[in-house]
Write a new protein. Sequence first.
Length: 406
Amino acid sequence: MSLSSFHIPYTLPAVLLVLALSLKTSTFVRAWKDPDIRATTLLLLLASAVFVSVAPASIHRINTVTGVPNIAAPWVYSLLTAFCGSCLTMVITWRDEPSPRRRARIRGIWLIYLGIIVGLWVTFLLADVPSERIYDLDTYYASEPWMRENILLYLGAHMASALVAAYMIWKWIPKVSSAWLKAGLVFLQAGYAFGLVFDVAKLVAIGARWAGKNLDWLSTQVAPPFAVLDASLVGIGFLLPQVGPFLQKRIREQVAYRSLAPLARAIRSVAPSAARARLGRFAPLDLRLLQRQQRIHDGLLRLAPFLDTELHRRAYDEARAAGHRADYARGIAGALAVCAAVDALREARDADRALPPKDEADQGTETRIVTGLDDLEAIARAFHRPRTVETIRQRVASSESENSHV
C-alpha cells in the first residue's frame, strides 16, 4: 500500500482549513484581543496542523527528518490533544458570558491538556518503538510498555473532550435562538458522535490485541474515515456561526446593490446635490451600497418639485386593480412617478425654465412617495419589469382620457 493512496482524504480538509485560517488572519490581526477571535484562530490553526501532519506521507517525513522512528506519533497525538482542548474552550467561550469564572475554567482546561501532552512525550520517550509503523502503530505497539499508556492517554483525552463537549452542547442547544449558531451546534454534535466511533473502533482493536486476537482492520480501515469526518464537521460547526451571518449579509447587500441599479440609472441624469466620491470596484460592498442609496435619495430630492403625488396615487390604484400586491403596486407607482419627474425635469432644462422653488411641501413629496428602503427597493424591482410598468402607465393614461371626456 503506497503512502500516496491516503493523501486525498486528509488533503482536502487540510486545504479548506488552511484557506479558512488565511481568511481569518486579517480579522485576528485587527481584533486579537477578542476572546472569540483568538479561540477561533487557535482552533483553525490546530485543526490545520492536525490534518497536515496526520497524512501518512507527512508522518513518514517527520520520522525521516528527525531520524527518530515513530516520533510523529507523539507529535500528531499532541496536536490532536491540543485541538480537543481548543474545542472545549471554544464551546465555553461561546456559551458563557465573560467572567472570572469562565477564564478560570478555560485556564483549567488548558492546564489539564498541557499535562496530557507532557505525558504523551514522557511515555513515548520511555517506550521502545524501534520499528516505524505508518498505519498500524496503535495496534502494533498495543502491548508495549509505556507506548500502551501513550496510546490510551491520547484516546482517553479525545474521548473525554468529545463527551464533555457533547454534554455541554446538549444542555445548551435548547436555549439557542440563533439559526446559524444552532446549525453549528448540530454539526458539532455530529462531529463528536463520529469522534466517539473513532475512539471505540481504536479501543476495540487494541483490546483484541490484548486478548490475542487480530481486529487491526478496525483501527486501520474503519477508524480513520470517522476521524476525518469528526475533525471536518467540528471545524464546520465552529466556523458556521461566524461565517454564515457574514455570507448572509454579503448576499443580501449584493442583491440590494444590484436591484437598485435600474433605479440608479433612471435618475443618473439628475445632478447630484454634492460632488460624488468615487469608489473603486474593490471598495467594501456595504460602502458602495450606502453610496448608491444616498445617490438615489439625493436624486429624488432634486426631483421633488416634479414628483406628482396624484399620479402616484392613480398608478397605485391601477396596479392594485390589475391584481398586483400592495408592495409591488407601490413600487410600480413610484417608478411611474420617478420616470414622469425625470421627463419633466429634462423638459424644464431643455426649455431653460427656472426650476420650481423647493418649499417645505416640495421637500415632503419625496418622503410621501419613498418612505423607506423597502419602498426604494420596491421601486427598483418595478424597474426590472418595464413592460409591467408600461402597462400600468397606459392604464393610467386611458383612465385620465376617459375622465377628461366625462
